[in-house]
Design a protein around this ligand. Sequence first.
Ligand code: DGL
Length: 285
Amino acid sequence: MVPQRRVYVDNFLRSWFTTYMLGIFDSGFGGLTVLKPIHELLPKLSTIYLGDNARAPYGVRSQDEIYRYTLEGVRFLFEQGCPLVLLACNTASAQALRRIQEEVMPSEFPDRRVLGVIRPAAEYLASHATSVGIFATPATVKSNAYVEELQKLNPEVSVSQLACPGLTDIIEAGKQDGENCNQLIKHFTSELLDANPSIEQVLLGCTHFPLIYDKFRNNIPKNIEVLVQGDIVANSLKHYLDRHPDILARIDQSGTRQYFTSGTDISPLGSIFYGEEIDQWKTFK
Ligand code: DGL
């Protein structure tokens, strides 16, 4: 436990020497598919992105590992001066967010906030469909976070979810155009949809999956809507900042953008996820 006095002194000193930014965290490059719509909707907000590529994928890791790695990322972003961090990762949101909010924030960072991507997506689904399907990582599915959030928001909605092991690894390795990826998606889509013919909407509940949106779309009947999270999360963030002007006022509005990765191979993949060239990656150890 860090002594309260030290927390206040650290926070005070930091406030004099730091540019405050919105922090975005993901296990790898997936969060860039959320960052892009945030930049489009809120272009003035200064942002700092951290992808823990060296330890991705998180989706096959234990709850304890996901919690520890996510907390390290959040601490790093707080050290850079972020008053608000968004976990742009379903796996981290499902397995680490609540514990960070309950066990770490009140004692160490009482004036900062951490948000996730599951709640905004669940809010959208709860008001747009009565039968939804979720494709996500094994850890997200195991947490049952989507089922619980949707039940709280609208007990009438039926939720069917399927773990999709292997997909994140393929995408992080840049091998999404290979036949293996097609085969896996064919298998996952028929497994979920054949067993649940009433599904009206499916969510790609992993921020890596927008990269293979077309492959999902091609294997899902046209009458079923296929959703990704970027725009939903960006809109929800905007509403959050409208409701919390105190947090918004603490974020620099000069549109500065910084990108950090724990990976050593700073490949062009980041730009593919973001949909535009990112050429200034820095290393996070
Ligand atoms: N992009 C992530 C998610 O939304 C994490 C995938 C992974 O690292 O397994 O769940």
